[in-house]
Design a protein around this ligand. Structure first.
Ligand SMILES: Cc1ncc(COP(=O)(O)O)c(C=O)c1O
Length: 399
């Protein structure tokens, strides 16, 4: 990212983009821009109609909000899945205040190291062969012992090169982690092994939003830990971090909160600021009579003379195809409803009550005016999936 006299320049794999305020259009250009008529780029520019703006200041602010809630814990920011779609490298590089980063694939961990990230990096439960474990040791990447296979490989590798190990207890998620007895004996073996530099005990909540379930899982975790030699512990994802201070322990592992979203059933944290704004533009508007079907399969029909806007973003960009009629979008200072089925490259909205809307107007799909959680509810999904579904052709711009 660099600045030019026209505005900020963002390079992604495909394009160099220029932001030319105040009209807000992005152009692929290295030539001078002339002024644009509302909605129409000059010949020198091409407009990309699907843009995700990521506010790194908001992400840093959210980390401070998190720290204020668990001042005695170290914070591992989850940046797996391309930092929940926000950009792995940009987010990690922007978060010098994070104590560690959590990833789910070795490639993600290696990219972080390659791009100069020096904080601790934890590679969550996965399958690692000896060469990959050696790489983890060389690159100072923490690994998880989550079953007998991973434990034995880790112990074998640690005879050659040292490793930091997070030992996982399965307290009810039944996805990864040892049972109680196996956890206690695995912990003893790690403790006695000279090649294990550090042990951290961890578990993961299957229903972080449910107090009873959280309590049951954390009680089991602490009961099992009481049978082992003391070492740091980590339980809390965003939901537990917000609702259960007793789960904070030595390390918290928030993801969603860092990106400014409160998990659906958790008490709202109003200080959090959404980091991502997904926006597009109105690319066309048409007037239709009553009774006209709109979009594939005609699954929505005008009930009155209607003004239908076409927006330049679709499921090929990652906007959920299952978003229902009525899913809100923010246009021209108000919410307008999605109508008809979402297409690959575009979707349609009812602009009948939004007379001022014109071709070229900016449309917010989610962001400060429209929580991703609200959109997710209309599409029977969760904000995690919305964020991580954003495709490469959507240009990510960092501000
Ligand atoms: C093991 C683990 N820890 C922490 C997190 C972060 O969860 P959240 O984004 O809800 O804070 C995840 C997310 O899936 C996870 O798998």
């Amino acid at each position: 990212m660099r600045n030019s006299r026209y505005g900020r320049i963002v390079d992604n794999d495909c394009f160099t983009l220029e932001f030319a305020p105040p009209d807000g259009h992005w152009g692929i250009t290295d030539r001078p821009r002339r002024s644009t008529q509302k909605g129409y780029p000059t010949k020198a520019t091409m407009q990309n109609t699907a843009i995700a703006t990521v506010d790194l200041t908001a992400i840093r602010h959210n980390l401070e909000v998190i720290r204020a809630r668990c001042s005695h814990s170290r914070v591992m920011v989850m940046v797996k899945a391309n930092a929940y779609g926000h950009g792995l490298v940009q987010v990690a590089q922007g978060l010098s205040a994070a104590d560690a980063f959590g990833v789910a694939r070795l490639q993600e961990a290696l990219i972080l190291r390659d791009r100069g990230i020096r904080q601790r990096v934890l590679l969550l439960a996965t399958l690692l062969n000896p060469a990959e474990l050696a790489l983890c040791s060389e690159k100072n990447i923490d690994v998880v012992a989550h079953d007998h296979v991973s434990l034995e490989s880790i112990l074998a590798q640690a005879r050659l090169t040292p490793l930091r190990v997070w030992l996982k207890l399965d307290t009810g998620m039944h996805r990864a982690g040892f049972s109680d007895e196996a956890f206690v004996s695995a912990d003893r073996r790690l403790l006695e092994h000279p090649g294990i530099l550090e042990r951290v005990h961890m578990t993961h909540f299957s229903r972080a939003d449910d107090a009873a379930s959280r309590h049951q899982q954390s009680a089991r975790f602490f009961r099992c830990r009481s049978r082992t030699t003391p070492t740091p512990a980590s339980l809390a994802n965003s939901g537990a971090l917000i609702a259960s201070p007793e789960t904070h322990a030595e390390w918290v592992r928030p993801g969603l909160m860092v990106y400014g979203v409160t998990p659906t059933a958790a008490p709202r944290v109003p200080e959090l600021r959404p980091a991502m704004t997904l926006h597009s533009f109105i690319i066309s508007i048409r007037e239709l009579d009553t009774g006209e079907p709109v979009g594939y399969d005609g699954c929505w029909t005008t009930q009155r003379p209607s003004r239908i806007g076409t927006i330049g973003i679709g499921y090929g960009d990652g906007y959920p195809r299952h978003a229902r009629n009525g899913t809100p979008l923010w246009i021209d200072g108000r919410l307008v409803p999605l109508v008809g089925r979402v297409s690959m490259d575009s979707l349609t909205v009812d602009l009948t009550d939004c007379e001022s809307a014109a071709v070229g107007d900016r449309v917010e799909l989610w962001g400060p005016h429209l929580p991703a959680g609200t959109v997710a509810q209309h599409a029977d999904t969760i904000p995690y999936e919305l964020f991580t579904s954003i495709q490469n052709r959507v240009v990510r711009v960092y501000v």
